[in-house]
Design a protein around this ligand. Sequence first.
Ligand code: SF4
Length: 435
Amino acid sequence: MNKLDSELLQAALRQNGLKYVATPADADVLLYNTCSVREQAEHRVFSHLGRWRKKAEADPGFILGVIGCMAQRLEKDIIRKFPFVQLVCGTQSFLNVPAYIAKISETGRSVIQTGGGPLEFERDPALRAQPHHAYTAIMRGCSNYCAYCIVPDVRGPEVSRPLAAVTDEVKRLAEAGVIEITLLGQNVNAYGRHPNYNEGAEGGLPALLENLNAIEGLKRIRFVTSHPKDMTDDILQAVAQNEKVCEHLHVPAQSGSDKILRAMNRKYSRRDYLEMTERARQIIPDVALSGDFIVGFPGETERDFQQTLFLLETTGFQQSYIFRYSPRPGTRAAAFEDDVPDSVKRERQQTLLAAQQRYDIKRRGLLKGAALNVMCTGKNSAQPHEGRSMGRTRQNDIVVFDAAPKRENISKGDICKVKIESTTALTLFGTELAG
Ligand code: SF4
């Protein structure tokens, strides 16, 4: 979401006459778009800001700014520790940044803005990181208040963009050459389903997927992230019935212990989660599920952890992101005693990673001999596979492959039928089938 926000802001700044330069040292305006989800990211921003003190104090024309979640959360700390920072702008007003920069240039005075602002924006389809792929935000904020998470506080309640606006944006991206779109939101399954903030999005995610599926030129549609409690049958059916929607669902589980899930305020039980995965597999036979886990949440006993391990092993995830819990100030869990020793957290993280790796080897091994549709994402740059093409299957597996004999070149965005010849825990290897 932050990468997308940076792209959108770059476009807005260009429209206002600013140019993007290659290195920060050449910039007259230097902006840090920040994330508050983990502490380490915030520390990194503080250390970067300190490095610009000399330049900011010596050059009155230089504008240094902090935008995004951290600006929202730590506004006062930033102003106190770094008085030379001239722009502090929160998550809900970042699209006003061009106007704030103009104001600072004119008056020489700082702008601190962490209140609300416009959520709609005019996107420049030409400004995207990849020629064949683009991200599109379909909603902003979150209303779930998981006990460990700062997002609802820094990004506000979930607000869905109108379906027509999203459809129009994706159409323009497809006309500009995008063939794969990833829809973004903290909880995309709740798109159009918030009781208060849904104008124009009443059909929800199923209606949106159906609309986007009809867009000419677009070949693949993905969406992240999904909350397990909101994975309704109509969403699963929309994935199954719209052929451009990829069979991959990222559905963070976080824990397999009902006690810990309750303490996390996740609003589902282990049984609910397992039932959701069964429904997903019944409705979308080829579906791949990926998940997130947090180990060492306050109060997590060995028994709780074993239940998480059970859930991971029972579900069989295409990929798992496994994090050690650390308290974030301002969240409900920050008031809980962080009582699981770091050594235990590390051990549990390693245990889950090892279980995931065992499953990775088994699952990807079973794909040997299969012919899979792979969208090329570029060339591999690392030895020993340097120069070979890389891509993703519809289930989001990474594939390294060679072109079919006599094929001259494979470009980013080409969809190739690849026969899988060998596998490792994380990667499939193969050759494009001729014809
Ligand atoms: S669903 Fe929970 S973890 Fe995800 S953004 Fe919302 S509050 Fe945070």
